[in-house]
Design a protein. Structure first.
Length: 367
């Protein structure tokens, strides 16, 4: 069995798989209906039955030209440029001068938004002539066939989270570890979040379990932890959003867990969150790339702390962060105060401290 076959169930699509995947997408009724519902949420069903064939015709004309992974990436770049123009005030980035466009890196970032975090990393890399990354994405986001098609077209590989027991979990993580190393060896950079799930409370910390997963392939090869991890070219990345489009949703989830004891997601909540994160206003955004980690400690916990320090020191603080932290700063103006008050009013009274923590956390971490 070839290496490629070993990863067939988790890897992104190759060039020869792009056109068939696009055809399947266009033929997918749920995909078509999702687009129509998003663009025209109040459209009567009768009109929708007429609009669906028209949308398919438009998509065929627009997407038929996409024949390779690179073609898809260029299309995504065009979309990203329009999205940034309409949903952000400005985007800045730093640290790419520390990296070599000819090398592959394992970008390990804080995680605030499901789709935008890796998309923004890719946009910054693209601006400076770097190749875009392969993106780790949890299988909980791929409940619909059309979601799987879209993600695998956009260089995403699957992190299997629904293991039924320790043996299956070990097998899944071993495959994932091997695939990440295989990608880096083939000169494909990789993006993965520093822990499973978004930091809904603003507490960006690296889960040592992620680092242990990286090392599984090294352990299998008989390489010690520090040596193997150095080979991965780990680059800590800090994404700073002035405004989080999903902030009130995150707080309502935390509040319900606090007051009721549990929170049950709706069937399409993850997809709705992805859309909200993409189209919602984000204000100013900064993406900070650190230099690759070279002095690797012998223990995963110590490496996690080292990565955290690099992420925290690269936070870009905005007026809303200072307001949440109760700190006076010259950058605070009436607009910032109004934005902060609007957000406070959007969550339950008892949940104000949770929202405050979300926006104040970067201030405390950076100190």
């Amino acid at each position: 069995m070839s290496e490629q076959d070993l990863f067939a169930d988790i890897r992104p699509y190759n060039d020869n798989e792009v056109a068939p995947a696009i055809q399947r997408l266009i033929a997918d009724e749920e995909f078509i209906q999702a687009i129509l519902h998003y663009r025209f949420p109040h459209m009567p069903g009768v009109i929708g039955s007429v609009a669906a064939p028209l949308l398919r015709f438009i998509l065929k004309r627009k997407l038929a030209k996409l024949k390779s992974v690179q073609d898809v990436q260029r299309q995504v770049a065009t979309f990203m440029n329009k999205m940034i123009e309409t949903t952000s005030k400005e985007i800045t980035f730093s640290g790419l001068e520390l990296l070599d466009p000819k090398k592959s890196y394992l970008f390990l970032s804080n995680h605030r938004d499901i789709a935008m975090d890796p998309a923004l990393v890719n946009w910054c890399l693209h601006q400076k002539g770097f190749a875009t990354v392969r993106i780790a994405i949890g299988d909980n986001l791929l409940r619909k066939p059309c979601a799987t098609e879209l993600m695998k077209l956009n260089k995403s590989f699957i992190v299997k989270r629904g293991a039924k027991g320790p043996r299956e979990m070990l097998k899944n993580f071993s495959q994932l570890s091997a695939y990440i190393k295989h990608s880096l060896d083939e000169n494909h950079s990789v993006w993965i979040a520093q822990k499973e799930g978004r930091a809904k409370d603003g507490n960006d910390v690296t889960d040592p379990a992620i680092l242990k997963m990286f090392y599984m392939q090294g352990k299998k090869q008989g390489t010690d932890f520090a040596t193997y991890m150095a080979e991965l070219n780990i680059v800590p990345v800090c994404l700073s959003y002035e405004y989080d489009p999903c902030d009130t949703d995150k707080i309502k989830e935390l509040w319900q867990k606090k007051t009721v004891g549990h929170y049950q997601k709706s069937e399409f909540e993850d997809i709705d969150t992805i859309i909200k994160g993409i189209v919602g206003f984000k204000g100013r955004i900064h993406v900070a790339f650190s230099a690759p980690v070279t002095s690797i400690p012998a223990e995963p916990d110590d490496l996690a702390k080292l990565i955290d320090q690099q992420i925290w020191q690269n936070y870009r603080l905005f007026p809303i962060n200072y307001l949440a932290a109760g700190i006076q700063d010259s950058s605070i103006d009436e607009v910032a105060v109004e934005q902060w008050q609007n957000r406070l009013m959007a969550v339950p009274d008892g949940a104000h401290d949770l929202l405050t923590q979300l926006y104040a956390a970067p201030v405390a971490k950076k100190q």
